[in-house]
Design a protein around this ligand. Structure first.
Ligand SMILES: *Cc1c(COP(=O)(O)O)cnc(C)c1O
Length: 454
């Protein structure tokens, strides 16, 4: 195996607080890791969004950024990159992915309309609802089999899509596909599935849009897992993906490896004109869309770096290194790992902690206690809700997500993460559950206070 195809030029110091400090930091944060100041984190795996390390070319691009209000040079750099990779006729920069979603959905959704997707990400879901629409998830059956080793568990159930459209097409403004499927564990979607979903959407006269945040990781998975693509470059694969689509929304904080940015692209001129009006209202003039010229320049460069095959090979190998290290130590991880994160199934890890006492959260806290690692619970803290009968309904899985920032950590850092899990496993009978003592509602995970139950 080869090492990372880059070396360090600028470094940011990190340090492990003492065990006594960690304990008091946890207490002061009310056992919610969002409240821990990042200077007290040793290894931060909270998210892969906007946390990547930019390259020397991107930093050079920051200096070259043109800050003219209208039609700046950096806009044309980005326009060229978008045309070359994505191929859509029109594009609008936005400050991040959710802004692109809001501009799009506020232009196409009328109250009561339904938007199908393999699986909506939180922000697409929320933006559809905020614009009066209804988000619909149509994942393939394998998406809900967390330990079954299959290559494309991010796929859409295209049979269900056809059936849904044949009954409801009048209510559907467009069909979406999220690559990779973030809410479904970062699992990839096959080219075959993208092509088929696109055909079905077009059979019913509906535009097909891609939520393209991790399109480069998805292209790499197609290259190594789907028959017929081994000899194609990731750029050729990306171009083929977008050739089936009528537009896309994009958060550049993921595969364009910048700290802020996004865009909306499409082929339809009428829709573009409508979206441009919305953009000016919500984000700014259409050649900067809520970003500085330097951000546009860094994004244009990052789009190509994110598609580089040596980089993608090492990125996907690093995610696998963490997942395999944990699996070899008998830690229950979702398998196969996706592109950007590894998920530990905390209900299996802590069978003595009932779902009502948040086993995924307990693991996240233990990882901080053990080695100042920050992860993110994706389980009952986030999703449990009272059903119509007044009883709590818990999600199927209690996950703790270890998201991997791009080009930031080495495998030595990830070995610390593996070791921390092993040490926790050795004393897991003593790990207790938690109770929420403050905070409620669907976004409570950001600010709730917890108390250990012992
Ligand atoms: C991150 C993300 C978004 C939203 O992008 P932001 O830049 O965070 O606003 C939308 N869809 C998917 C699949 C994402 O991962």
């Amino acid at each position: 195996m080869l090492a990372e195809p880059y070396k360090m030029k600028v470094v940011e110091p990190i340090a492990l607080p003492s065990s006594k400090q960690r304990e008091s930091i946890l207490k002061r944060a009310h056992y919610n890791l969002f409240n821990v100041a990042s200077q007290h984190i040793y290894i931060d795996l909270l998210t892969d969004s906007g946390t990547g390390a930019m390259s020397q070319s991107q930093w050079a691009g920051i200096m070259l950024g043109d800050e003219a209000y209208a039609s700046c040079r950096s806009y044309f750099s980005l326009k060229k990159a978008v045309a070359e990779i994505f191929g859509f006729r029109f594009f609008l920069p936005t400050h991040q992915g959710r802004a692109a979603e809001n501009v799009l959905f506020s232009s196409v959704i009328k109250p009561g309309m339904i938007v199908p997707n393999n699986m909506h990400f939180d922000t697409t879901r929320a933006n559809i609802i905020a614009n009066g629409g209804i988000p619909l998830n149509l994942p393939c059956k394998e998406a809900s089999m967390p330990f079954k080793d299959l290559p494309f568990k991010g796929n859409m159930d295209t049979k269900a899509l056809r059936k849904f459209l044949s009954e409801n097409h009048a209510k559907v403004p467009l069909v979406m596909m999220t690559i990779t499927n973030n809410s479904g564990g970062g699992q990839p979607v096959s080219m075959k599935n993208i092509k088929k979903a696109s055909k079905i959407a077009h059979d019913f006269g509906k535009p097909f849009f891609i939520d393209a945040c991790r399109y480069a990781e998805n292209s790499y998975f197609i290259k190594v897992r789907e028959r017929g693509y081994k000899r194609k470059s990731t750029l050729e694969i990306a171009r083929e993906i977008f050739s089936y689509a009528d537009g896309c929304t994009f958060s550049a904080k993921k595969d364009a490896i910048v700290n802020i940015g996004g865009f909306l692209a499409m082929n339809d001129r009428k829709l573009f004109e409508k979206c441009t009006e919305r953009l000016i209202l919500m984000e700014g003039f259409p050649t900067y869309g809520g970003l500085a010229g330097r951000d546009l320049e860094a994004m244009a460069i990052g789009l190509f770096e994110g598609l580089d095959e040596a980089y993608l090979e090492s990125r996907i190998a690093q995610t696998r290194f963490l997942a395999k290290g944990l699996r070899d130590a008998d830690i229950p991880v979702v398998w196969p790992p996706g592109g950007h994160a590894v998920y530990v199934e905390a209900k299996r890890f802590f069978p003595h902690i009932p779902q009502a006492e948040f086993p995924g959260h307990a693991l996240a806290i233990e990882l901080y206690r053990e080695a100042a690692i920050r992860s993110c619970e994706i389980g009952s803290v986030m999703f449990a809700e009272k059903g119509p009968d007044g009883k709590m309904k818990h999600p199927k899985l209690e996950l703790t997500r270890l998201a991997i920032p791009r080009r930031v950590y080495t495998n030595s850092h990830l070995s610390v993460v593996i070791d921390a899990h092993i040490k926790i496993a050795e004393r897991k009978e003593n790990v207790c559950g938690y109770k929420i003592v403050r905070g409620s509602g669907p976004l409570k995970h950001f600010n709730a206070w917890f108390r250990p139950l012992k």
